[in-house]
Design a protein around this ligand. Structure first.
Ligand code: XBP
Ligand code: MG
Length: 251
């Protein structure tokens, strides 16, 4: 079946958002609420096994601060997360988080070729809007036919729900698509929905198990900044372009 659509994860895939984006934004929210919680880069790596910011805060308190009590814990989590989103989107508005290599180039090529594009992510919709607008282009939201994000599905990645939602909304078969992910949780989600997946790793995910990926790369590469291949056949190429994507999916 021929390639029709590219489905992009956001965090870790479009940009390296976790260590120097989401993490400090969580810490700023904790400080704003008078909490002395500090998520170091190392601790945050452990907390990343839980996807979703609200879910991550909840997991942290349950596992690291079992004696913590709040009269309305659900409200506290919701309010902390709202503050975190405010801090994070402000960071993006200041241009703090650049796109990863090859993302802008491949998106341009895909648009010119008329491929359909979607965002498939766990993160909050405001975060997607801000990243696309400030790190990609003012009108970049309109480049994507669908932005599937956050709480619109009951179960976040590694559950396949957000991918199944996207396929259903876009009326696509999984084999007409390629997903781009950076983490094992993301890969589990895309593969549980049977979508062939390209993985570009980052510092937090480079040692995870990606056996089920089509190919595993350091990043998408650029003509003057080749990727490193961790797994898969790149046909002698040094950066990902549409020709290589079509080769991987056989169409
Ligand atoms: C991304 C996430 C997100 C962000 C925080 O996972 O786990 O939770 O860390 O975003 P993926 P929110 O890249 O697999 O989609 O705080 O907005 O939930
Ligand atoms: Mg990700």
């Amino acid at each position: 079946m021929s390639l029709q659509a590219l489905l992009f994860d956001i965090d870790g895939t479009l940009a390296d958002t976790e260590r120097d984006g989401h993490r400090p934004a969580f810490n700023q929210a904790f400080a704003e609420f008078g909490l002395d919680w500090n998520w170091t880069p190392e601790l945050y790596g452990k907390l990343l096994t839980v996807t979703g910011g609200k879910e991550r805060i909840r997991y942290f308190v349950e596992h690291y601060l079992p004696d913590f009590h709040s009269p309305d814990f659900d409200a506290l989590v919701a309010n902390l997360h709202k503050a975190k989103t405010r801090h994070y989107t402000a960071m993006l508005a200041n241009g703090a988080i650049p796109l990863r290599p090859g993302i802008h180039r491949l998106l341009n090529e895909a648009r010119q070729a008329g491929l359909r594009l979607a965002v498939v992510t766990t993160t909050t919709p405001e975060n997607v809007t801000a990243l696309l607008r400030y790190s990609l282009a003012e009108d970049a939201e309109s480049w994507f036919e669908l932005i599937a994000a956050g709480d619109i599905v009951a179960a976040k990645k590694p559950a396949p729900d957000i991918y199944l939602h996207t396929l259903q909304k876009m009326q696509l078969a999984p084999t007409q698509c390629l997903a781009f992910e950076d983490s094992r949780n993301g890969l589990l989600a895309s593969r549980a929905a049977h979508v062939p997946t390209v993985v570009t790793v980052n510092g937090y995910t480079e040692h995870e198990n990606f056996d089920d990926a089509l190919v595993v790369l350091s990043d998408l590469g650029e003509p003057h900044a080749p990727f490193t291949v961790l797994k898969g056949d790149v046909n002698g190429k040094e950066y990902v372009d549409l020709e290589l994507l079509r080769r991987w999916v056989g169409g």
